[in-house]
Each structure stands twice: as C-alpha cells, then as structure tokens.
Design a protein around this ligand. Structure first.
Ligand code: E4P
Length: 217
C-alpha cells in the first residue's frame, strides 16, 4: 500500500519525506488556505520536496475552466496530478485531460456509481472520502471494498486513494479492503508507531538489559 500525506505544509511534507515513508501528497483548497502561502509558489515547493504524485485541485465549476486550470496546474511540475470534483463538469474535464495524458484524481467520491464513472472517464485516481461518510453514519470502508470489487471485475486501472482518513483503523481497514493508497493527515501519521503494549514491552526489555550489566557497543 502506498502512503500519501494529506497536507499542504512543506515542513510536514519534508519531515515525512526524510523518513522515506511517503509516496505522494494530496492537497485541497482548504489545506492550501490553511497554509497561507501563495498558491503557485507553494505547489512548486511541495513538488520539489516530494518526487511522487502531488494532487492539486482545480476550483472552477465549468468543464472549460477546469480544463484551463488543469493545464495550468499540470504545467507547474511534472509530478502534479490534477484533482477534479465528482460532477458532470469534472467528469467532462477528466476525460479531456486524461486524453492529453495528464493524470487526474477525482475527489469527493461517496458512492460506487461515482467511482465507476470516474474510471470510465479515465481518472488515474478515485478518492472515496471514508471519514466524511462515517460522520454521516455510512460505512466508508464498505465503499472501498465495493469499489475494489467493481474495479477488479472490469480490470479498471484507476487507483483507489482512500481519503478523509481520521483513525488508525481507517488506515488498516482501507488496506484490508484493498485500497491502493491511503492519504493520511500528518497528525495521524505521527501516531502510527504507537501502541501501549509496544511501550510496555520496551520498558521491560530496557530495564532487564540494564540489570544484565552487559553492553552491545
Ligand atoms: C483528500 O484528498 C482530501 O484532501 C482529504 O482527505 C479530506 O479529508 P477531510 O474529510 O478530513 O477534510
């Protein structure tokens, strides 16, 4: 499974890039707003930190404008993926941009029928929003499982990018359900190595080793 960082903060991206555990980045207009940096400079900076795919969202509502924005975004760096919303306009723009070999990530996916449409329009990635579904008492992981089955049935090559991930359980359950990628916010990624039994076990091992009076180095 690939890990993307769901962030538009260059410091956070650098931190995890140096650990060698992230394969790409996803941004959205809210994350870019929070970073308070000029859009183009920010995208250039992020794309220079991480060599893998960096999703950057178009913000217009007509397909014509989305295509223009998509071409502009795609020209910023060669690892940019154009993020488009799951609307008919987004689907039209996806078909055109994908036809020009520009990778597209269709975002705000909440149903399997939307995921089929994205695959048919040539999207490179589909982003089902697990956490937001769970917020509405709908099983987000079930959606990942369903999309995985459908894509497998028809050999669709669109990658499933599990998004809106809020918990460690979302990460593991997305993996079990067969998501190709999980995009994880930095504060959650930070907690992945932690387990109370790991801490407890390490405490015992350390204290027994000290009691043994031995040294490795
Ligand atoms: C994914 O591409 C989105 O940026 C993100 O995962 C949305 O997460 P949220 O629902 O926590 O805002």
């Amino acid at each position: 499974m690939e890990f993307f960082l769901d962030s538009a903060e260059p410091n956070e991206i650098s931190k995890f890039q140096k650990l060698g555990i992230i394969d790409g980045v996803t941004t959205n207009p809210s994350l870019i707003y929070k970073s308070k940096k000029p859009f183009r400079e920010l995208v250039v900076e992020i794309c220079s930190i991480i060599k893998g795919p960096v999703s950057v969202e178009a913000v217009s509502s007509s397909n014509e404008k989305m295509i223009e924005e998509g071409l502009e975004i795609a020209g910023i760096a060669n690892n940019v993926v154009v993020k488009l919303p799951m609307t008919w306009e987004g689907i039209k723009a996806c078909k055109i941009l994908s036809g020009k070999k520009i990778p597209v990530n269709i975002t705000l996916c909440f149903s399997s029928s939307q995921a089929i449409l994205a695959a048919k329009a040539g999207a490179s990635y589909i982003s089902p929003f697990i956490g937001r579904l769970d917020d509405s008492n709908i099983d987000g992981i079930k959606l990942i499982r369903e999309i995985k089955n459908i894509y497998r049935n028809y050999n669709f090559t669109t990658k499933i990018l599990a998004a809106s991930i809020r918990t460690k359980n979302h990460v593991t359950q997305s993996a079990v359900a067969g998501a190709d990628i999980a995009t994880i916010p930095p504060n959650l990624l930070d907690t992945l190595p932690h387990h109370h039994l790991t801490d407890k076990g390490l405490e015992t091992f350390t204290s027994d080793w000290e009691k043994s009076g031995q040294k490795i180095l």
